[in-house]
Design a protein around this ligand. Sequence first.
Ligand SMILES: [Mn+2]
Length: 419
Amino acid sequence: MKIVHAADLHIDSPLRGLDRYEGAPASRLRGATRRALENLVALCVEERADVLLLAGDVFDGSWKDYSTGLFFAAEMARLREANVPVVIVRGNHDAASSVVRALRLPENVHELSWRRPETFELPGVGIAVHGQSFSQRVTTEDLAARYPDRVPGVFNVGLLHTSIDGREGHEPYAPTSIETMRSKGYDYWALGHVHAREIVSIDPHVVYPGNLQGRHARETGPKGASVVTVEDNVVVSVEHRALDVVRWEVVTVDAAPATDALEVVDLARAALEARAAEADGRVLAARVVVLGATRANGAVRRDLDRFTSELRAAAIDGLGEAAWLEKVIVRTRATVDLDRIREEASAVGHLARRLASIKEDPEELADLAAVLADLDKKLPAELREGEGALRLSDPATLSALLDDVEQILVPRLLEGGEV
Ligand SMILES: [Mn+2]
């Protein structure tokens, strides 16, 4: 028998701040979670799946209108036509109290209760699915502990939205342990919540398939679902199938070999083309990080806007709509030996020493923050919010800025202006 296990679909998840991005393929990104669900349905049909398990966060939150629910219902109806039953639990994002709008779903879809744990036996398939939906977003009790006893003679699955023992970077919802899961004697635990794919255990199988479609630059790599093959009630394989339509990647570029900004652009273009080829026809949404000690450091940093635009132009030239640069981060360093310069008695040596000492002294950083407090208040909101926000009151931000000053200013002074 074949089981398809997916989680964290976050259908119609809003892509925050998308309008701020130059050249973003907004409609393709907005539609990505829906296209990925279509791919999931196609996979179930192709594989002649005996059941599709959805382990929570099918929806991102309350529906803006009924179109989200209608789209989902239509896809479930396609599965009904192919005789594929679907079993769902709700997670923190689509807890019973958060997504209150509802549509009647086709009869092949069974949502497990949020009032109490229950067992749903698939007639004629030999699978029993045990589980419980989240009643509310903040669900902190161990739901798995109260899951029903296994059903003898069939394949037993625990369907659960959980952070297990508090997985890093995820809200600690419905925490449980491998021991608790093992004590139930089930054959497979179909988990959701953690967006990175992970096979947590193989005795029994405890699997996070990861989310169906990455939504930002921290959700990188192939995203999709797990296909579980079972023979004589024993798991014989768990395979990951990529179903995403937009592939997020962080592409690092070592600028060391470059001597000027355009050579760095060429290196980045080659790296992007290689990564786009791996994305296999999907849109590559790339965050480019340029690093390394390079003679091109000054040229790149002197006009970052120009450099970033050259890079975007090269990506469009080489890849057209197959790639989109979400962000370009420059972390190059000068090739000068700052340690040596800091030992010099010269004016530049003195400056380098001061910069280094401020960077490492919490009191000096606090003084600097006080000096910049007025400026901090005057910064426009778009610079102060979101990822990569400029927080002039934050010592770590100031320390990183001083690092930039060292990397740009010291080499420039040494070479008499032009770097
Ligand atoms: Mn979740």
